[in-house]
Design a binder for this molecule. Sequence first.
Ligand code: AMP
Length: 114
Amino acid sequence: MSDASCLFCRIVAGEIPATLVAETPHAVAFRDIAPKAPVHILVIPRRHVTSLAVATDAGELGEILALAARVAEQEGVSDTGYRVVTNVGEDGGQSVGHLHFHVLGGRALGWPPG
Ligand code: AMP
């Protein structure tokens, strides 16, 4: 299931360029185009899922989170620490309507986020 008008579906399809760093059968990880930390990777499901609010496939979610941890290891931030976060809806600050988990690291991250 793919949405032709969705930016991240188009990245998955290879129609819009992105720097892929890892992939699994159901998930893809690529560099954020406007990084907010030295390491900033987005991990997304291949199929179109609008946000965590409507994500129901526990296997798919597990695969995404496992890939996030693998990417953090690959990027060399496992020992120093990192953050995995997903924004949901308007108040959550979600700007792209395709589920994505940010993997942020490489510097001390403030808490709580602004
Ligand atoms: P959010 O605001 O949580 O929806 O996150 C969307 C993220 O997608 C932002 O951090 C953007 O910088 C990032 N983004 C937008 N367009 C692209 C793109 N073409 N390639 C990679 N990352 C993108």
